[in-house]
Structure formats: structure tokens, C-alpha cells
Design a protein around this ligand. Structure first.
Ligand SMILES: [Zn+2]
Length: 191
């Protein structure tokens, strides 16, 4: 549907994985995430919501200081199916003043094709090929883990969330991913 969007990175044979964290920055959750990533010498990409950057500028600063990439996730987590282009663009512009990034991820993964076309002129639109479902309050962690292992390959882009809703699952799944794939020679890189 979105041919030029990035769903995964090329399989280079270098065993690289791309962890992405949406919806932060968020006190405690983002700080937790930064700590675990550091333990494994992992770099990642944070798709931030502009309103949260305004609320927590210090945490946003920490994300960048730890050497991670940041991307635009709109100012107010705008729904690309419901917003007019003008409103959607305004939300992106307002976030862009804070993120100044070439990377964009649509909230909920929702975009219309005309919006998508316009966005590709300005951004690398980053989707994913591995969903962790860390936001799901009823998540069966073993099933989620099986799903991650089944879909993750060299070059995969994995979606997680540094949000209050996800912290419970994040604390189980993130260290497990980092440990499992580090042991197998994978490197975690930012986009
Ligand atoms: Zn989001």
C-alpha cells in the first residue's frame, strides 16, 4: 500500500536489528528504556509525540544524549484517517520544530495514500515488520515472544512503546529481546 515506506531494512548479513519506541518521552518509562539499552550497548529510534517533548524536555534531551535517533510522531498523536491534510500537517510541523528529524512514523500506522505521497517528499516514512503488542493489557507474554522470534530477521524494525500503558510488558520483553539477539551476534542500531 505504501511502496516507498520502510517496513524493514535490507538483510545485509551484518545481523542488525532496529528497535523503535513510540509515544514518549515519558518519565520513568523512557528512563528505564534508556538504562536497559545502555546495558546492552544498543542504539534505537524514538518516535516522539511533540506534546510529550514539551512536557518532558529533559527526558527528550537524555534520549538524544544517549546517542539514539528521534523521529516525528506528530504533536498530538494525530490519526491519519480522521485528520484533514491541513490539520495533520500542522500537527507534524509543530512536532518537527522539536524533533527536527528526517524520520516520520504515522500514529496507529494510519495514513491515507494522498497523505503518504506528500509525506515521502519530506520524510523517510518508517513502518515496521515486527509488532510486540506491548501496549496490550491482556498480552500473553509467551505468545508475544513466539511472535517476535518468528518474525524477527536481519534488518527487522521492531515496534515497542515507551508509554505508561506498555511499561509492564516492556520490562519483560525488552531485556529478553536484547539478551536473546545479542547472544546470537545481533547488533541493535538506530535508523
Ligand atoms: Zn503512537
Amino acid at each position: 500500500m505504501f511502496p516507498k515506506a520502510t517496513w524493514s531494512m535490507p538483510d545485509t548479513g551484518f545481523k542488525r536489528l532496529y528497535l523503535t519506541f513510540d509515544d514518549g518521552p515519558q518519565p520513568k518509562v523512557t528512563e528505564y528504556t534508556l538504562g536497559v539499552l545502555d546495558e546492552f550497548n544498543a542504539k534505537a529510534t524514538f518516535f516522539c509525540v511533540g506534546a510529550n517533548i514539551e512536557r518532558y524536555p529533559d527526558i527528550f534531551q537524555q534520549v538524544k544524549e544517549h546517542g539514539h535517533s528521534v523521529g516525528n510522531h506528530t504533536f498530538n498523536h494525530a490519526d491519519g484517517w480522521k485528520y484533514s491534510w491541513l490539520d495533520y500537517q500542522a500537527s507534524i510541523d509543530k512536532c518537527q520544530e522539536l524533533t527536527q528529524s528526517t524520520l516520520f512514523r504515522p500514529p496507529y500506522g494510519k495514513l491515507t495514500y494522498p497523505k503518504y505521497r506528500k509525506l515521502t517528499k519530506r520524510f523517510r516514512v518508517i513502518m515496521w515488520d515486527v509488532l510486540t503488542y506491548d501496549f496490550d493489557q491482556e498480552l500473553d507474554l509467551e505468545q508475544a515472544w513466539e511472535n517476535i522470534v518468528k518474525h524477527t530477521r536481519d534488518g527487522s524494525i521492531i515496534v515497542m512503546h515507551d508509554s505508561v500503558k506498555s511499561i509492564k510488558n516492556l520490562k519483560i520483553l525488552l531485556p529478553r529481546i536484547l539478551e536473546h539477539y545479542s547472544k546470537r551476534g545481533f547488533q541493535f542500531c538506530s535508523l
